[in-house]
Every structure is written in structure tokens, then in C-alpha cells.
Ligand binder design. Sequence first.
Ligand code: MEV
Length: 312
Amino acid sequence: MAVNKVKVSAPGKIILSGEHAVVYGYPEILSAINRRLSVEIEETVLGLDIQPIEGKSLVEYAVEMIKARLKISGHKNLKIRINSQISIGGGLGSSAAFAVAITAAFFEFLKLPRSLKKINEIAYEIEKKQHGTPSGGDNTVSTYGGFLLYRKETETFKVFSPLKTKVFPSIYLMYSGKPEESTGEMIKTVKDFILRSPKEAEKIFKETEKITRNFSRFLSGEELNFGGLITRNERLLEQLGVVSVKTKRLIQKIESTGGSAKISGAGGVKGDSGIILAYHQDPKVLIKLANEEKIDMFKVKLGERGVRNEKN
Ligand code: MEV
């Protein structure tokens, strides 16, 4: 017999510009997307029955972390159900959506006043368990939704502001395949690159920052070449060493049809690089290419709502 039941969902994300650079204090632009993950919590008279998303330990860890941060104990007979439309480990922010949704679900379940700030802070702690030294951008956009310009100044001071968007670019997401490396490992790959070539890394990050600012100007209505910005952003990510040879080939094919594409998120070097953000003035060309290459592709809606309650 159910005595209390809540359901909360949080969106996945894409990064338009600034991934990796954001870990070192540079700005990034993210957008919440129309793919969501939901967490349902039900208190029953039965025992604990947790269904995992990325390994039981993460779910258990998240529950322990939330209970500790909210200073609560008890509530042993919880049934936690997770449903996701966000592919895991592909750069769409599945782990951040999980961290945000489960935290917000506990707020709802315990009938605590909803505080997006607190939800975001706890979700960030859960993200750290997964990725080591994340920037916090993924959980922030999953919490607040929309388009965000985000910057991590220090571990405890992060600034972000919603971007007023006049232009919603028509973007397709292609799935190059799940990277062999985790986000945490890719963050480490970049850290090693910085240690080896600090000057080159700084140059790449500074150039990335310029592009990020141009993306923001584009979104607010200035006439800038959107495809050109994507291509320049991709080249910098390639220089940073986060795009695999296989994915570079796919991106070159898209470019040879007059389109542009970039990885979005942590990337991957050994095999595939996760999700690719693709743009073409004539989307039919992309659809044809995705069919020929037998690649999953879908149109994505940007600027979607952040964490929200769902009806049971
Ligand atoms: C991962 O989605 C984006 C990275 O910049 C890492 C982070 O921001 O935590 C690679």
C-alpha cells in the first residue's frame, strides 16, 4: 500500500560552446533539451527496492548524500523508480539530470519548500562523485532550464545567467556512439594536455571564450554565421584532443555537404565521441547522410524547462 508518492523530472542538456574550458574558469553556453529523466519515490510498507540507472552504488550514494545534506534519517521503505529518455554516457547530461531529479524528488517527498539553489548544490555534490572535478554547468542547466551562460569562478562561487534568446537554431543531434572514456577520464585527458602544453591550452581556451561570446550574440539576434561558429568550436576541441579519429571523419563528411558539426560535452578519443551537434541550412541533407551512415539522429528542442513535478 502506497502512503506517499512523488514524481519529478529533469532535462538533459547540450553544450553550444565552452565544454572543458569551463572546468578552468572560462564561460560556457548550455541549453536544456526536450529529453528528460524522471525519478519516482514511493514509500511503501515493503522493503527497500532501488532500481539503478548507472549502477546501484550511485543511486545509493545519492540517497545517502541527500539524506545527510537535508539532515534526515529513516524513510527506509522507499521504492525509487527511474525512467530516462537520455542516453547514458553520450554527452547529454544523463548523470546531472539524475542528480537533479532525485534531489528534487526528495524535496517533494519530504514536503520541503522547493529551493532550486539547494537542489542544484546537492546535485553538484552527487555529480562530483561521478566525475571528480566537474564544472557544475550540467546540473545547473538541468535545474534551471533554458539557455545559460555559465562560469565556475571557484569551487564555491559559480555564476550563471539565463540568456534571452531571439533565435532558436534548428539543431540535430547525431549519436556517434558511446565513448569508451567516462566524463571524468576526459576531464583528466585535458588536464594532462594542460600540464604538457600550458601555453597552447591557454590559447585554445581564450579562442573558445571568443566563440562562446559570439554564440551568445547570435542567440540574442545578431547576424552571425552560426555554422561557422560551430566549425571553429569543433576545431578547437580537436586541438584539445577530445575528439576521436572516427568522429572527426564523420564531422568532415558533414562539412563536405556544406553543414557543420561539433561534439557536445566531454567527447571521447579511443572510439566514439558521444553526441554530435549538427547543423545544415537544408536539414534533408543531414537526414540523408545519417541514413547512409546508419547513425541515430533526432531533432532537438532547445531552451526547455528545468526540473519540474510530474503528475503520477
Ligand atoms: C561535460 O558535459 C562538460 C565538461 O565541460 C565537464 C564539465 O563541465 O563538468 C567536459
